[in-house]
Structure formats: C-alpha cells, structure tokens
Ligand binder design. Sequence first.
Ligand code: PHE
Length: 334
Amino acid sequence: LKATVLTQINTTDHLDHLNEIRVNTLGKKGPITEVLRGMKDISAEERPVIGAFANEIRDLLKDALELKKAELENLALNAQLAAEKIDVSLPGTDFEPGHAHVIQQIIEQLENQFLGMGYQIAEGPEVEEDKYNFEMMNLPKDHPARDMQDTFYITPEILMRTQTSPVQARTMEKHDFTQGALKMISPGRVYRRDTDDATHSHQFHQVEGLVIDKHITMADLKGTLLKVAQELFGEKHQIRLRPSYFPFTEPSVEVDVSWNDVDENTKPEDIEWIEVLGAGMVHPNVLKMAGVDPEVYGGFAFGLGPDRFAMLKYGVDDIRNFYLNDVRFLSQFK
Ligand code: PHE
C-alpha cells in the first residue's frame, strides 16, 4: 500500500487528484482507518506492533501528501504570476492628443496679448440680469436699440446675455479706483435670437475690453487696437475707424482691419477693409450708473468677435462650422 500510494502521489500533477488520493487512503473509508478500526479483534500482544506500524504508514503518507500539496500550490502560483506578468518594454497604445478649439485658440492668443499690456481678465455670467445687460449699459426699457440684439429671455428680468458688455458694469462696480486704472478684457459666449446661417449663429463669442483712468483718449483706443490687430493678423495690416452708434459709448466707432498688406506705396482705393469690432469712449451715463465719477474718470471700451477673427484668419466661410463639432473640421487647427 505504501509503495502504491507514494507512486500515485509522486506522479500526480493535479491538486484535485491529490485530494482524491488523500481521501481514498487516509479517509474514513480508507485502508488505514480500516486497520485501526479492526484493532479490537487483534490479540493484545500484536495490537501495539500493528498499531504502531499503521500509525507510521499513516504519518508517512500524510507527510508525503502535504509535501506534494505545497509543491503543486507553488507551481500553480508561479504559473499564475507568469500569466499575469506585464511586459513594460512593449510599446504602448497611441493616444491622439487633444487640442483647444480654434475659437479658444484665438481667445487665448488675445488673452496673452492683453495680459502682456497689463490687463486683467474678468468674467461674468452667461445667464444675466436685464439690469446689467441693458439698463446699466445705457439701454433703458423701451430703448429702440434693444432690438439690435434680439434677446432670449428666461424671465422678464433674466436673460441670456446678448453681449459681454455687462461685464464692464460688473467690473467697474467692484474696482477700487484709488488703487489705479481699470484695464480688463472679458472673453465669453453671448446669445442672440438669430436664425443660423453662414454668417449668423444664435451663440457666438465676444471679447470685451475696458480701460478706465484719468486722461484716456481716443488715440489710446486706436493705438491699442492697431497693436492687437497687427499681432494677430500681421505687421502690414492697418486699421480704420468709422463713426458708428452704440448706446454705451460716445463717440462710437466701428473698426475695420485691412485684408491685404498695406505699406507706403499702397493706394487707399486698393485697400480692402473688413469690419471686426465695435468700440468707443465710455458714455458718462455708464460710468455714473457703475458709481464712477465721469468728471474725473473716463476711458474706452471695445467688443470684438473671435468667431469673426477666426473666419478671417483661416478663410472659414461658414460660422456654423465652429459649432457643429465635426472633428474633420476642428482637427485642422492643431
Ligand atoms: N457690445 C457691442 C456689441 O455687441 C460691442 C461694443 C462693445 C461696442 C464695447 C462698443 C463698446 O455689438
């Protein structure tokens, strides 16, 4: 029995099978238990001899079984470790790195330029109060110019902002003028009830600009805008100011950028002008309503459209492309 069982133990390579051998040999119905159970029928002299022999075989087989068990378990563990091993030298899966949206890129470029000129970046809510969007921008109720910016109203007093100009009022209200000039830009989304087509979108972007200090003139406005336009479009581009009307600026201008390069030899009639923004000197009413004394302080404001800038810069002919999230379009602007 000893030899047979030991061979069985040594040749098996399955834990299940090993367990079977153990049950069959040492279990309740196994031969060893049977021998031990039959001890009562054996004579008193023989009993200790046979008992000792049976116990010896039992212990020997038990040890052999345990040894084999440990060996098999170890093998199984090693196999599992080998199977789960990670080869760190294998090349990884390639990720397509993302990039900022083309409009965001223009906004960030503008932000960097203005930060370099000492401006702060201000933010205001897209869901805005009538008070800030219109009233404090010198557009009282029933003002005809409210129609210029057909509005999405949420309640009679709350609306989707139609322009970033309300951030002017919000920033002026908070600014401590004893600490110096206010110079800020405020980029963000604006909303208008327009039917979407190639040049109109019910949602687009603006970058508002505002400078308030003592002794600010229109020359400061023109110089600032010329610098920004040339950094964005190139050194050879010029700007042109045309009289216009906005309720919150007086005088007001519309600003054009030359589409072609301009130098001293360019004839005025050969310049192609493209309108890019509205601007002007901040209206005294706007200052007053924001708690700023128009007798002491004044300044300029402008509102430009990064969507328009992007269309000009990259020759995009349909504004809706910016909002359809078609990666074939967007991934061109890495
Ligand atoms: N808020 C104006 C618009 O949306 C732009 C503007 C801003 C004009 C600031 C003048 C000064 O059309």
